[in-house]
Design a protein around this ligand. Sequence first.
Ligand code: PHE
Length: 369
Amino acid sequence: LRAAGEADVAAATTTDELEELRVRLLGRKAELPNMLRGVSELPPEQRGPVGKAANQARQALQQTLEARIAELAAGELDARLVADRVDVTLPGRREPVGGLHLITRVRREIEDVFLGLGFDVLEGPETETVHYNFDALNHAPNHPARDRSDTFYLAPSANLPAVERAGDPRAEDGGSGRLLRTHTSPMQIRTMEREDPPIAVIVPGRVYRPDSDATHTPQFHQVEGLWVDVDITLADLKGVLLSFARSIFGDEREVRLRPHFFPFTEPSVEVDVSCFACKGTGIREDLAGHPRCGLCKGTGWIEILGSGLVDPNVLRSVGEARGDDAYSPEAVQGFAFGMGIERIAMLRYGVPDLRLLYENDVRVLEQWA
Ligand code: PHE
């Protein structure tokens, strides 16, 4: 028994095997301990020698086992140390770092330019009333922008009481008086109602229109600008926007004002910046065979925003709401402008399709991060 046990112990190659052997050879049900327990039933003269031999065998086996366990355990520890070795001189694995979305970057760039020119930055509500979005901004009751195909109206709701509005015969809002703002211009009214002149503010924010193609998404971003003070003229407007255009599109840019129409500005203008691809020439000599500039379609000019002098009707309606004449057209004049952040971003960073900015493909987004 002892010899067989010792052979098994010597053959074992892992500490797990040895543990099994210990149970088999010396455990409670093993042969040798059984024999020791049976010694008392032997005839008296055999008890001494048998008991002694069995005890010796058990002790010997126990010692061999322990020695072998120690030996194997040491080997297994060495093996584990080698396998788990860490090379602390290897460079660490970097976690990918997020970046700002292009729209956020361009919004901040625009904010920085106007902060530098002395404008404050404000934000306003994305759900608006028909009053602030259209009526107070001098839109005629039948102005096409009010149409349900151009504006997302909010359904009447028990939680939001209907808002008073001017008598619009077609009632596209179903009586709620509420909509998702179609531009940031309502903040012109809210700001003038709240703050005394002079004011110079810009208002970045989300706006909504039912449009969807390569250059339009139903939700997009605008920055409104408003400066009201004494003796503000179109020359002030042009100076501020020239400074803006040069900060964003490069020091050599020029701006030009083209006559246009908006209900809330008079006169109204669209503002173009000289093309930064062809330097305003309309000709790309670097494109052999395609000399006409593709960015400005050969005109040398790119439209960047709408603006104008604040319409006296708007100032008068602000005066009615305030109940004073701080904003009477005789006391103050102002200019306002509104630009699409997506449009500025696409021009400035050469984004061919607006939808690329909203599909959240990191391979695309990280190019501008
Ligand atoms: N709100 C106009 C638009 O969304 C832009 C604009 C703003 C024009 C301010 C003039 C003055 O098209």
